[in-house]
Ligand binder design. Structure first.
Ligand SMILES: C[S@@+](CC[C@H](N)C(=O)[O-])C[C@H]1O[C@@H](n2cnc3c(N)ncnc32)[C@H](O)[C@@H]1O
Length: 249
């Protein structure tokens, strides 16, 4: 149903993993922000990560959590780093082969913008959650500098392009119409953290598979014109922000 971006990730996913493995802490604040909003408090919770990519959230989960990593891109998913204790399912967001009310929490980070119509996705996630279960979404807010980076800079320097459908208040309304109680919906800013500017550029080139090979100056300029960055003697911060939603069934 939503194949195109899953196919793109099967083609460029190895680069995404490479960046996440080489600089595992670059997006630390992003994962932490997601977990702060999620506030998973149940004992031994079943937690679905949709779309999971390579299972990067594993180390951020509460002790005893059972992680189920779900992604539509089979090659990308399988080449990720998945602990044996965790489950891996290749499936579309709106058709996940699990029983009704089998999850305590669903986490969805930086993936919903690939789904043009989220009605069936929210219905599916509502079906999967237990009563009182929590859905936490983190994705770019429509019109934000983060979307200018993704649909501007990534689109310019990745030969497969980039275009997303980003979060706005209509998604919050839709969640409520689906039966969720939305407890939190706000943009949160934080940096992607690097030791220096060179690392930031390499991370961006690799994670976003910028095969059109922008020069350092071109890429720095494009970053400055979109999300912005700041540099001190010991660190370089790419200014990032996502919109986070906490919705309870
Ligand atoms: C930017 S990555 C985010 C991965 C991970 N959550 C993270 O934060 O790094 C977007 C993910 O969406 C997945 N995806 C894109 N289109 C999809 C679709 N139609 N169905 C299922 N997954 C899809 C991709 O395979 C990829 O894993």
């Amino acid at each position: 149903m939503f194949e195109k971006y899953a196919e793109i990730y099967d083609k460029r996913g190895h680069m995404y993993h490479q960046a996440m493995r080489k600089w595992p802490d670059a997006r630390h604040r992003e994962f932490e922000s997601l977990m702060n909003v999620a506030r998973i408090e149940q004992a031994s919770p079943v937690v679905l990560d949709v779309p999971s990519g390579g299972g990067y959230l594993a180390s951020y989960l509460p002790k005893g959590a059972k992680l189920v990593s779900v992604d539509g891109a089979s090659k990308f998913l399988e080449s990720g780093k998945h602990d044996e204790a965790h489950q891996v399912i290749c499936a579309e967001h709106d058709n996940i082969p699990m029983d009704d009310e089998s999850a305590d929490a669903i986490l969805s980070l930086a993936g919903l913008h690939h789904i043009p119509d989220t009605v069936s996705v929210f219905q599916e996630w509502h079906r999967l959650l237990k009563k009182g279960g929590v859905l936490t979404i983190g994705d770019a807010q429509s019109g934000s500098p983060t979307t200018q980076f993704l649909d501007g800079v990534v689109n310019q320097f990745n030969s497969m392009g980039h275009r997303g459908d980003y979060l706005d208040t209509s998604q919050v309304k839709l969640l409520e119409q689906t039966g969720f109680q939305v407890e939190y919906s706000q943009e949160v800013s934080y940096p992607w953290e690097f030791k220096n500017c060179g690392q930031m550029l390499e991370f961006c080139r690799t994670l976003f598979c910028m095969d059109l090979e922008p020069s350092d100056d071109e890429l720095l300029h494009a970053i400055q014109q979109s999300v912005g960055y700041s540099e001190t003697e010991h660190e370089c911060h790419l200014h990032w922000a996502l919109f986070f939603i906490r919705a309870v069934k």
